[in-house]
Design a protein around this ligand. Structure first.
Ligand code: ADP
Ligand code: MG
Length: 452
């Protein structure tokens, strides 16, 4: 890297409220400094007259000066269209895909010899050249001269100019079935989401999910939940997609992503929700423990998270009491963004939970905030029936038919009429006639203030 580039890198224009993560320990040199340790998350308070120093705040709300070159901004990890990325395929497989070796035809795969690195395979004069893409201090490089933040930037660069390669990149070999974008482990590195090895202490198992086990853990003095991806490379993209969606979300009623760990399998580290899933909580405590106030609080908490998602045009697709978690203070938070997608993305071949999914979503794969609203109505029913399974007495295979014919569940015993009327509105067969989360949250807040 040229000296000039180093200086360019150093001069950051971080705004107040930006989050940065420490890459090194900083003991502090004077009273005004804010000492921190590698891996600490700090919030920028304001720039200073010195472009290399910022006023920042730590987790304990202590403020002080920090040197910009010790930290890195934490940014949202976005799905990128990387049709040329083929993941872990072997050298021979890559060469087969590239036949008949037209000049400039290329793909990128994960390096077999160097885990964490990549290989660029390009055709030139009836041969395939394999270039080792090195991952070095948060940057990618082939020649130690040009550096890139991610594979997309690298591909753009070598498409414009061969810049030392045998040829410039012309046409990608596209991987099937990645139309909605992919995300790579390296994007989490450059986004500042990776928890350094050894920083996370693992404790007992607390649950089991579709991807693998969930552990309790300890990270920087905070109790956390650690969701591990079991050895299953096929699920990796889904798992990373869930994590990437979470990097863009910040709301008191959404389970917060703290970071990811990459050694010994990928783990997603989130805030710890001591009382577990809402459905289990409702079932195990029941009528004798859970009050009207608790119920309206669960309803308002989840609705407020959904109002936030709706405002970001994000569709959850799997809203249900099993995917809401409860913390030590009895606050509930929406989790499980495994299926969350931006509006208009359709995904074929995924099985949906029938009893929670809106008719048009089941029929035509039309997932919108309005289909989330349908699921929210079912979630309300779960809350007010203390965790019963919806549509009791109707066999699963018959539910869709009954619903299409106009059948709707009755109000659970003791359910306030105002709540049941939200349920009915959310189960309108016409998605456009269902309310928005924004209107429902107003109604619920009002009801909450009247509930003792
Ligand atoms: P899946 O990917 O299959 O949906 P979940 O995220 O629902 O997996 O996790 C499975 C179980 O692990 C949950 O039902 C819950 O009991 C437990 N769990 C998950 N996340 C947390 C958390 N942040 N805090 C406490 N327990 C959790
Ligand atoms: Mg779940």
């Amino acid at each position: 890297m040229h000296i000039y580039e180093c200086f360019k890198l150093l001069q950051q224009n971080w705004q107040a409220g930006s989050e940065v993560i420490a890459n090194y320990d900083f003991p502090g040199r004077s009273q005004e400094d804010l000492p921190f340790a590698k891996g600490d998350i700090l919030v920028i308070v304001r720039p200073t007259t010195d472009p290399y120093w910022f006023m920042a705040r730590n987790r304990n709300r202590k403020e002080g000066m920090i040197p910009a070159n010790y930290v890195q901004e934490r940014t949202v990890v976005q799905l990128q269209a990387m049709p040329w990325f083929h993941g872990k395929i072997k050298r021979e497989e890559a060469e087969n895909l590239l036949k008949p070796y037209q000049d400039g035809l290329f793909l990128i795969r994960e390096s077999g010899n160097y885990p964490g690195d990549y290989t660029l395979c390009v055709c030139h004069q009836n041969k395939v050249e394999h270039y080792h893409i090195l991952y070095k201090e948060n940057r990618l490089t082939i020649d130690d001269e040009s550096y890139f933040r991610n594979l997309t930037e690298l591909v753009e660069h070598y498409t414009k100019d061969a810049d030392g390669l045998c040829t410039n990149l012309v046409d990608p070999i596209k991987k099937a079935g990645t139309s909605f974008g992919t995300v790579s482990v390296q994007d989490f590195q450059s986004g500042g989401w990776v928890i350094p090895p050894g920083e996370l202490k693992r404790m007992e198992t607390i649950g089991r999910g579709a991807f693998g086990e969930v552990f309790k853990g300890m990270y920087k003095g905070q109790v956390v939940a650690v969701k591990q991806l079991k050895d299953n490379n096929r699920a990796e993209q889904t798992f990373l997609t869930e994590a990437s969606v979470m990097t863009s979300l910040r709301h008191p009623n959404l389970v917060q992503l703290i970071g990811v760990t990459l050694e010994g399998g990928i783990c997603l580290v989130t805030e710890f929700m001591a009382r577990g899933s809402l459905v289990e909580y409702l079932r195990s405590r029941g009528r004798s423990v859970i009050t009207k106030k608790d119920q309206i609080n669960f309803a308002t908490d989840t609705c407020s998270a959904m109002d936030y998602l709706e405002s970001k045009n994000l569709v959850h697709r799997d809203l249900a009491a099993r995917n809401v978690l409860v913390n030590d203070n009895g606050m509930s938070k929406v989790s499980d963004f495994g299926l969350a997608k931006h509006d208009n993305f359709s995904q074929e071949g995924v099985k949906f939970p029938i009893k929670w999914t809106a008719p048009e979503a089941l029929r035509e794969n039309k997932f919108t905030s309005k289909s989330d609203m349908w699921s929210f109505g079912i979630l309300l029913w779960e809350i007010y029936s203390f965790g019963r399974v919806p549509y009791p007495r109707i066999p699963l295979a018959d539910v869709v038919m009954h619903v299409e014919k106009g059948y709707r569940m009755e109000a659970p015993e003791g359910c306030p009429p105002d709540i049941y009327s939200i349920m009915k509105d959310s189960w309108d067969i016409d998605p456009l006639k269902r309310p928005t989360f924004n209107t429902v949250i107003a109604t619920l807040n009002n009801l909450r203030s009247l509930t003792v």
